[in-house]
Design a protein around this ligand. Structure first.
Ligand code: TNX
Length: 515
């Protein structure tokens, strides 16, 4: 039940009757425009049907996903069938009739007493609209066991679309390996906040986590441990494809990262020939950075990269490949340039667009290359020069967007080299006016990275991600004109009962008036 301070415009509440919150007060990210119709509600019942645009398998898939979300808690059958015209009852997911202003990712959602009509220009928009619809229902809808109703949605008319096309999250499965089930769990959590890119940090000094058939020791040796000396682990290609397909079913594109030329001890330990001195170092399970480098002068290095990129690109439907490039302090500047001169064309050769941690963009004039800014200052000459050339920048400032930073001095997990980031800190920055020389039109979007040096379990991951992930997701989606910490913290508070029902281990920041 939402507190009286939160509900303002849905009329008088009968005591003890659960009431859906007014959309602007309950939905994260906040939609572009919301009109509520006082006194009107739609009730989901045992006879409610879901209709999807006839002839579109992707619309039907979103309908099935919605039914799957709702069936467990409501206990209703919620059959999904083709829409003919605009059905006069039930929940309709329609393609094509949306206002052009919503683009390919936006939607319109109209809730009246008899119908819920979701319109979009593509299934990404339908999927995003379903996430909004979900947050308009009571929190108990997130339960996997049958709960008692009522299942009411407030009468509303929402028009919504994203500020940036790229809303990302990264998971480091190298420092502590995460099983497929944990990755899927995180993907489901990301989808609820309209995150549409998942950056998978697959390799680092402490582990190589994806099978490469032509270099099998990368995983049999390089995947055999992790930070702290545990057993590590790796994905088979089939498991990676399972992750990619699961992400796609949540309208999320996977961006694989192979971090080069530094952060490569696991590879160097697996194959002696990748080292300039021909000697394989020991596997490492500590958290030092900046000590490893592939051998820039050896041809075998580029044969290695060619094989790795070819094999991973072949099982990655998304258009991007992340080549890392960060903290290459064991590589000289000249070597770093020489390395990128040979590595970047390999990514292109296999049909992918290159992304990398921002340092790499100093080595190329390719304006399709995507630098991911991870610095802690608001001016960076390498990145602003790239923006001036026309490159689009992905923003992950470590002192704002890093989910592995501690909230405060007593946070038991995480690191604090970049900052301590309370929830308000994560929210209070403007991606479109953050880096000097990198204005709104040079920004491709935002990403919240989660490094796992100190994080082992899903509970650990969730404690660092929630609630800050929701803050970064809103920065990526909602127009800056809606930005308000005072309102955001109330909407965030309204998420907590959902997280509780889902068993998400979130951090109860004292900055948020939790329900
Ligand atoms: C820096 S940020 C790194 C990672 C660490 C992270 C820990 C970046 C591109 N590199 O290797 O895991 O700090 O916060």
């Amino acid at each position: 039940v939402v507190s009286g301070a939160v509900v303002v415009s849905v009329g008088v509440r009968a005591p003890g009757v659960a009431q859906a919150a007014e959309p602007l007060k309950s939905v994260v990210p906040v939609p572009v425009s919301v009109q509520t119709t006082a006194g009107v509600t739609y009730s989901l019942t045992s006879t409610t049907r879901i209709y999807t645009q006839a002839g579109f398998a992707d619309a039907r898939a979103v309908g099935d996903y919605l039914a799957g979300l709702l069936r467990g808690s409501t206990g209703f059958a919620l059959p999904v069938s083709d829409a003919s015209g605009t059905p006069a009852d039930g929940i309709s997911l329609l393609l094509g009739g949306a206002n052009p202003s919503v683009g390919t990712q936006g939607y319109q959602l109209d809730v009246t007493a008899g119908t819920v009509v979701l319109r979009a220009n593509g299934s990404d928009g339908l999927f995003g609209g379903v996430q909004t619809l979900r947050q308009l229902l009571p929190a108990k809808v997130e339960s996997t066991t049958v709960q008692s109703g009522p299942w009411t949605l407030p009468g509303t008319s929402i028009l919504d679309y994203p500020r940036f096309g790229h809303r990302g999250a990264m998971l480091d499965v190298a420092r502590h390996f995460q099983p497929v089930a944990a990755v899927k769990r995180y993907l489901d959590q990301l989808a609820a906040y309209k995150v549409n890119y998942f950056h998978l940090h697959l390799t680092d000094d402490q582990g190589w986590r994806l099978v490469v058939d032509s270099w099998p020791k990368l995983t049999t040796i390089g995947g055999s441990t992790q930070v702290g000396g545990g057993a590590g682990g790796f994905y088979t290609k089939a498991q990676y494809q399972e992750i990619v397909a699961y992400a796609a079913s949540r309208h999320i594109t996977v961006i694989p990262e192979v971090d080069l030329p530094g952060h490569t001890n696991a590879a160097l330990a697996s194959y002696a020939e990748l080292n300039c001195n021909g000697v394989a170092p020991a596997l490492r399970t500590d958290t030092a950075v900046g000590y490893s480098s592939l051998c820039v002068s050896k041809d075998v290095t580029y044969q290695f990269i060619d094989d790795v990129v070819r094999e991973i690109a072949a099982i990655t439907p998304g258009p991007y490949f992340h080549l890392g490039g960060d903290e290459a302090s064991a590589t000289s500047d000249a070597d770093y340039q020489a390395f990128m001169n040979r590595a970047l064309p390999i990514v292109k050769k296999y049909g992918k667009q290159v992304m990398g941690w921002h340092e790499f963009v100093k080595t190329t004039t390719d304006t399709t290359a995507v630098p991911q800014y991870w610095g802690t200052t608001t001016s960076n000459s390498v990145v602003s020069a790239a923006a001036a050339r026309g490159n689009k920048v992905l923003l992950s400032p470590a002192n704002k967007a890093y989910l592995d930073m501690k909230y405060n001095a007593s946070t038991p997990l995480g690191q604090d080299w970049a900052a301590r980031i309370e929830v308000q800190d994560a929210y209070e920055w403007n991606p479109g006016a953050y880096l000097s020389g990198v204005g709104e039109s040079s920004v491709r979007g935002v990403e919240a990275p989660l490094w796992t040096e100190t994080l082992v379990t899903s509970a650990n991951i969730e404690y660092m991600a929630f609630p800050r992930l929701s803050a970064i997701a809103e920065l990526g989606w909602s127009p800056w004109s809606t930005h308000s910490w005072d309102q955001f913290k109330l909407r965030l508070a309204a998420q907590a009962p959902r997280w509780t029902v889902q068993g998400i281990n979130f951090y109860r920041s004292t900055q948020v008036p939790w329900e």
